[in-house]
Design a protein around this ligand. Structure first.
Ligand code: C2E
Ligand code: MG
Ligand code: MG
Length: 582
């Protein structure tokens, strides 16, 4: 690859400018009619973040680095050329050979990975490849096609490159139509807000709803947000759509309050793009003021993957909104790539976990273990959790067995127009008054751990007369875990809540090895569901002391492989220690 002196060069990177590149490629194609060429566009995904975190000069360094990487990698590739198009978008051309191209891609990725490690930031490069099957096509149009392919993998952590195909072209045409019509559609009131109810699992009552936008196009019918939201996020129109949905939701809340409906909070989605809107908090604040509704009636859903884009900004925005009085939800938790660890830093009130993300997982046992671990962890952190995408009775039973209390999904209802939601609220409030339960099958598990715990707390006096401490355990795959405990439980084992949960999972191991079969037998007996299991065993406390425990266990409910037990505990050390030779 040779860069000719009289060609226009990109000032920053020293490689060709786009006009010279296009001329270069035209020449290459015309002078080699026997060869098929490829155009590959590539994009660095994290440049904005690098500019913000490390400053523009670091961003420039990265672009220069990419320029020299391309030059180095293509040096020995005959009939190749490369250029910087603009910002973080680059392009190269070479004779079409999938092996060669994919090898070039790997080399570029390796080089960028080295740079990533230096900055300690995950820099992602995406590639779109167009095979120039029509040599007469303008090079600019060939680039467009490579870009279409690029768009399909942009931001994708698993798939880094894609080849152009005709379907992509049709999709782009449809996207262009959407973009052309969006402003008119908003004015024409073609966007409508649907509401999807959220339910309590304890008594099935409505605890709120999520507002979801729909585009009711006179030409194309109902268009789902999956088709236009990503597009509007790209062109910024999502800010207008979001504001529209927020205002419609506020109007709905005001209307329902005025009508004396037993209305519950409505949550609205806040696009990741809105995080960059300096007026975001002010817009939300003034809407709530304008419609004179309590802050807690409008909940805000932020998608978890936005956190990966810009953690600081997300944290700061959520903090401000929370201080104003809004409740903040983390939507699609588990879909992004942030770690569970972030929960201790991010001020969220509610975690929303989508079961459908887990459906994709091949190992469903693992998936259910993940949901229960996240629900429990949220509980310890004092964060509520709601599960969405709940469709079946089996899922409901499973969620009850792990102590989950709030759900949203087709099992109860699909999103519906405002008037239908009003009717839905009325119907449910009548059911609540009459005390009748709708269609939920509660036979699968006797009682949910949460409902049981409420009951336990009501009868605390009776229970403390019987046991010095008590706990709920879940047994899954032969391993038991503590779900809930009375305050006195920690006293019994000379520990405190934090210490106990830090050492979770090791509860059985703290029982004297030779006494462990006794505990096993107790749970096995209780697990049959016939009567109570009982055992006396020695258990080591966190401070190293040993107590003799008399325990009674009763099965509360089961779901597949998981069983939930109530266990009452008494310290009987002083009786046993008074018996000689024990
Ligand atoms: P989301 O915020 O996670 O919303 C939940 C989506 O799951 C909704 O899809 C809902 O209809 C769907 N859903 C709920 N329960 C079930 C179920 O049991 N089974 C199945 N298969 N699906 C269920 P929808 O309405 O198509 O919205 C998709 C996404 O579009 C939303 O995901 C959200 O990210 C975005 N979106 C929707 N409305 C807005 C909006 O007003 N603003 C912004 N920024 N994004 C929106
Ligand atoms: Mg949502
Ligand atoms: Mg969601």
């Amino acid at each position: 690859m040779v860069i000719n002196k009289d060609k226009q060069v990109d000032q920053l990177t020293g490689i060709l400018s786009v006009t010279s590149f296009e001329r270069d490629v035209r020449e290459l194609i015309d002078s080699h009619p026997d060869k098929v060429f490829a155009i590959v566009e590539l994009d660095i995904n994290r440049l904005t973040m690098i500019n913000e975190l490390y400053g523009l000069s670091e961003g420039d360094n990265l672009l220069r680095y990419m320029g020299s990487t391309l030059r180095d990698v293509l040096r020995d590739v005959e009939d190749s050329s490369c250029a910087r198009i603009q910002a973080d978008l680059f392009v190269f051309a070479c004779p079409y050979d999938e092996k060669v191209i994919e090898n070039i891609i790997t080399l570029i990725e390796h080089s960028i990975r080295r740079y990533s490690l230096m900055l300690n930031i995950d820099i992602l490069v995406s590639f779109g490849i167009y095979k120039c099957v029509k040599p007469e096509l303008e090079v600019a149009l060939m680039r467009d096609r490579a870009k279409m392919a690029l768009k399909t993998v942009k931001g994708n952590y698993i798939k880094h490159f894609a080849y152009y195909d005709e379907k992509m072209h049709d999709k782009i045409v449809r996207e262009q139509e959407i973009t052309q019509n969006m402003n008119h559609a908003l004015k024409n009131r073609e966007f409508v807000v649907y509401f999807q109810p959220k339910h309590s699992l304890d008594d099935e009552s409505i605890i709120g709803a999520e507002a979801l936008v729909r585009w009711n196009s006179p030409q194309k019918g109902m268009i789902s947000p999956g088709e236009f939201v990503p597009l509007f996020e790209e062109n910024g129109f999502i800010m207008k759509i979001d504001t529209f949905v927020w205002e419609e939701s506020c109007k709905f809340i005001r209307k329902s309050l005025d009508a004396g409906l037993p209305i519950k909070p409505v949550s609205v989605n806040v696009s990741r793009i809105n995080l960059y809107n300096p007026e975001l908090c002010e817009i939300l604040n003034s809407l709530v003021k304008e419609y004179n509704i309590p802050y807690e009636m409008l909940e805000l859903e932020f998608t978890e993957s936005a956190y990966t884009d810009n953690p600081q900004l997300m944290l700061q925005t959520m903090n401000t909104l929370q201080q104003m009085g809004f409740k903040v939800e983390m939507d699609d938790f588990g879909s992004g790539y942030s770690s569970l660890n972030m929960l201790k830093d991010v001020p969220v009130d509610v975690l929303k976990i989508d079961l459908r993300f887990l459906d994709k997982s091949e190992d469903s046992e693992k998936a259910t273990a993940i949901v229960s671990a996240v629900v429990r962890m949220a509980k310890w952190l004092g964060i509520s959790s709601i599960i969405e995408g709940v469709e079946t009775k089996e899922q409901i039973s499973f969620l009850k067995s792990i102590g989950c209390t709030m759900v949203q999904g087709y099992y109860f209802s699909k999103p519906m127009p405002q008037d239908d939601y009003i009717e839905y609220i009325k119907k449910y409030s009548m059911i609540e008054k009459s005390g009748k339960q709708p269609h939920l099958d509660t036979a699968y598990i006797d009682i949910s751990p949460d409902a049981f715990w409420k009951n336990v707390e009501e009868h605390e006096n009776d229970l403390t007369a019987l046991f010095s401490a008590y706990a709920l355990y879940e047994m899954y795959d032969g391993v038991e875990e503590t779900i809930r405990t009375s305050e006195s439980y920690y006293e019994l084992f000379h520990t405190n809540r934090n210490e106990h949960y830090e050492n979770r999972g090791s509860s059985r191991l703290r029982v004297y090895e030779e006494d462990r079969p006794l505990v096993g037998a107790m749970l096995e007996q209780a697990g049959t569901g016939k009567g109570v299991g009982e055992a006396v065993f020695r258990r080591m406390c966190h401070d190293g002391s040993i107590v003799w425990i008399h325990a009674k266990a009763k099965l509360l409910g089961m779901n597949g492989k998981s069983k939930v037990f109530f266990v009452g505990l008494n310290d009987v050390s002083r009786y046993i220690n008074s018996i000689p030779n024990m």
